[in-house]
Write a protein that binds this ligand. Structure first.
Ligand SMILES: *Cc1c(COP(=O)(O)O)cnc(C)c1O
Length: 377
């Protein structure tokens, strides 16, 4: 049996340990220090557009803080893409707000701008304008985020861009992570770059960054003693973890290129398999980092389907994973108000993510190709 081929495993560039060792050598073993500042600076330079980055413990924590900064309070409505990972939606519950789920479009798999506007207008008509919108770029594919941004501006609704999967992607030439009122990134173990676990808020100005750091460090007032006028959180990134991030930034572009190459590989493999479509950019406005390459079966009722393919691959020690199960289908969010729903339900039924790590070897790729060709023969 071949060694397990993972969906997306950590891929170190080589200099990470140098930064971690520096932290030990200088005794910056704390949730602050030169690596945290350095990693933030690297991200700011990479994203451009006058970005101000605050690093925190996880992407989920970043969304929690983003909702607080947006002024979301108990009882408010937050419009959230239904087709996503629970890390997008759970923080809405942390602040006591109510998630209202919005379905995706067929081509980007992300939030439909039409359904979003319908939901905002419906809220306004019912005397309860939504407090914030949470849009996601799934698998690295940009949402129609400029259109979503324009709708939010028009109606005065705060936009949080969940770019956890989209570092390195662009929409209409602008980097994901620079749209909306606030963006978030994740550096979890399986993401495009990893710090083992970590996240960031990307703010549009220095004041918001200060506010994010204040909230992430127990909301400590300026005083020699410990004094607090509001509830804070302990979410600041560790200087050890940030050292890994600095090393990963040196290989980000190379790793994005490798993921995009993986996608070209799958396009080739599936070019003759007509019952399956590969997820690709709708047009040249979109550049995906192809964090994960994904396919859909073109029909739900076939002898061959995504679950059978998943198990077939698993038996060959190849990991694959169904697409995200929409939030409105999750038991924990049952009964939540939802606009649309059939697009994401069908994607979940038909779709599968394939091994996509930037560290996939040529021999692993040929094992995958052989397995797929066998399955469809
Ligand atoms: C990974 C992820 C998150 C959460 O990030 P963590 O760092 O794992 O907390 C949020 N949203 C999406 C879309 C993600 O993929």
């Amino acid at each position: 049996m071949n060694e397990k081929i993972w969906l997306s495993s950590p891929h170190m560039g080589g200099t990470e340990q140098k930064y971690v060792n520096e932290a030990f050598d200088t005794n910056w073993v704390a949730p602050l220090g030169p690596n945290v500042n350095g990693f933030e600076k690297d991200l700011e330079t990479y994203l451009g557009h006058d970005s101000h980055v605050a690093c925190v413990t996880t992407g989920t924590a970043a969304i929690h803080l983003a909702l607080i900064i947006a002024g979301v309070e108990r009882g408010d409505d937050v419009l959230c893409q239904t087709f996503t990972f629970c890390g997008s939606a759970n923080p809405i519950a942390y602040v006591g707000a109510t998630p209202v789920f919005i379905d995706s479009e067929e081509d980007t798999w992300n939030m439909s701008p039409e359904l979003l506007e319908e939901a905002i207008l419906s809220g306004i008509a019912n005397g309860k304008k939504p407090k914030a919108v949470l849009a996601v770029h799934l698998y690295g594919m940009p949402a129609r985020i400029a259109e979503i941004e324009a709708i939010c501006k028009k109606h005065g609704v705060f936009l949080i861009e969940d770019a956890a999967e989209a570092l390195g992607s662009t929409y209409k030439g602008k980097k994901c992570g620079t749209f909306g009122d606030l963006s978030i990134l994740s550096f979890n173990g399986n993401k495009i770059i990893t710090t083992s676990g970590g996240g960031a808020l990307v703010c549009r100005d220095a004041e918001t960054k200060s506010r994010a750091i204040f909230l992430a460090t127990q909301a400590r007032d300026e005083a020699p003693h410990y004094q607090h006028s509001e509830i804070g959180h302990n979410y600041r990134m560790s200087n050890i973890v940030a050292g890994i991030g600095r090393g990963q930034m040196e290989v980000l572009d190379a790793h994005v290129a490798l993921r995009q190459k993986n996608n070209d590989f799958y396009k080739e493999v599936f070019s003759t398999i007509e019952e399956v479509s590969i997820f690709e950019e709708p047009n040249s406005d979109f550049i995906s980092n192809h964090w994960l390459s994904a396919i859909t079966f073109n029909s739900e009722n076939m002898n061959r389907n995504r679950e059978k393919l998943r198990i077939f691959l698993l038996n060959l020690n190849i990991e694959s994973r169904p697409l995200w199960k929409p939030m409105h289908m999750q038991p924990v969010f049952s009964g939540a108000k939802t606009f649309g729903g059939t697009v994401s339900e069908s994607l979940f039924e038909r779709g599968l993510c394939l091994p996509s790590g930037s560290n996939l070897t040529t021999s692993q790729k040929s094992s995958i190709e052989k397995a797929i060709k066998n399955y469809f023969s």
